[in-house]
Design a protein around this ligand. Structure first.
Ligand SMILES: *Cc1c(COP(=O)(O)O)cnc(C)c1O
Length: 392
């Protein structure tokens, strides 16, 4: 027994609901190593925001720490605090914007802050001085997102101001691509040029260069000139390519599958509408099975009438509206029994349903499919690296 479960509810393991996200830690590890090989000697900062893209924040962080990740990246203070509370010791950069009142919390937890303006930088400096410590910060340069960060054309004053902060150590400096996942590389090259221009500040002044980082998953696949000293893979770490346009220059495979089981079976007569609104009714006698999963778990309601699932190695359509906690599948005159495994994302027999399939059905991107699977769904960790940590 090597698998272990991260269970948000209080049900004992044996009576837990059968709807589960299964995360293969060996796959995650293989993906991480493939990325590390590709970008070496650059360091790797796995991005773990939004519950590690649905894979489980703490468990993925622990794995990355075991594999020797150089840095961990999260979006908000709370994610960093959860990791520290779980005993994660690896440096953690919080990528998002910060509120002044939060700064002491960052510092107490030894989290690295993103300084995205002179005002924030000075607030960090003051807070660190009051605590008698030195804050570790990475400066955020906006080269084309118009999100947080100082515009590349105003960066000189920002970098100068950072030199004057005596209680701040500028450990890193970074920017973010807006269009690295598109076929046309020109916008990314423009952003790179802008970032390089900002970085020349350190050379011109003969100052030591902080850790430079810019590459997200798409840039890791396409732009070696954007690796600098460290890269920030998110979706690629989880084995999903950021778009259909990017080359597969790093071999990765999905680590997550989403499963449930048949909870009910019935025969439905022609013309008898299924689910809310009776938006669909069979035109023949058919067998309808109910699955205990719905949009309340993050299975998008907008996939009603489009989604398919796998049962006994075959693809079947989800019919009628997806409910909050249940949905129905038309298996025609085929066989399924209560308790049969149903694959929502993943493989069964020779069939496979991908995160990209769900994204297409829902009219969104793979990122949102993954992050939308919410914490009501227990995560089951499998693979050799799941070790003997079996627990509830
Ligand atoms: C989310 C995020 C990443 C990772 O993006 P992917 O496309 O998932 O690789 C990298 N850097 C920053 C600043 C991010 O917000």
């Amino acid at each position: 027994m090597t698998d272990f479960i991260s269970q948000p509810t209080i049900a004992p393991a044996g009576v837990m609901r059968p709807t589960q996200v299964v995360v293969n830690l060996d796959r995650l590890a293989a993906n991480f190593r493939a990325i590390r090989r590709k970008v070496a000697p650059a360091k790797v900062m796995p991005i773990l925001k939004a519950n590690a893209y649905g894979h489980g924040l703490v468990e993925v962080a622990r794995l990355m720490e075991r594999l020797g990740a150089d840095y961990l990246g999260v979006a908000v203070l709370e994610e960093g605090l959860l990791l520290r509370r779980a005993g994660v010791k690896t440096p953690i950069l919080v990528l998002g914007g910060i509120w002044g009142s939060q700064i002491p919390e960052f510092l107490r937890a030894d989290l690295t802050l993103t300084a995205s303006s002179i005002e924030k930088l000075e607030a960090i400096d003051r807070a660190a001085e009051a605590m008698g410590i030195t804050a570790r910060v990475h400066l955020k340069i906006d080269t084309g997102m118009e999100r947080i960060g100082v515009h590349y054309y105003n960066a000189e004053g920002f970098l100068e101001a950072a030199l004057k902060c005596r209680h701040v150590r500028v450990e890193g400096i970074f920017s973010h691509f807006a269009r690295a996942d598109e076929a046309d590389p020109a916008p990314s090259h423009l952003q790179l040029e802008r970032f390089n221009e900002v970085l020349s500040f350190y050379e011109r002044r003969g100052l030591p260069m902080p850790i430079r980082h810019m590459a997200n998953s798409a840039a890791i696949l396409r732009f070696p000139e954007a690796y600098f000293d460290m890269v920030r893979p998110g979706i690629l770490l989880y084995g999903v390519y950021p778009s259909a346009e990017v080359p597969h220059t790093v071999e990765v495979a999905p680590a997550l599958s989403w499963k449930t089981r048949v909870v009910y079976f019935k025969v439905t007569k022609p013309g008898h509408g299924v689910s809310y609104g009776w938006t669909w009714a069979p035109d023949r006698m058919t067998r309808i099975v109910t699955l205990p999963v719905g949009y309340g778990d993050g299975y998008f309601r907008s996939m009603s009438g489009k989604a398919h699932v796998l049962i006994r190695g075959r693809r079947y359509p989800v019919v009628g509206r997806i409910c909050m906690d249940q949905m129905m599948v038309d298996i025609g005159w085929e066989t399924a029994y209560n308790g049969d495994e149903v694959v929502l994302i993943g493989e069964q027999g020779d069939e496979r349903i991908t995160v990209e399939d769900l994204a297409e059905w829902a009219g969104t991107i793979p990122y949102e499919v993954l992050t939308n699977i919410n914490t009501r769904v227990p995560r089951l960790y499998v693979g050799k690296l799941a070790g003997d940590k079996a627990r509830v």
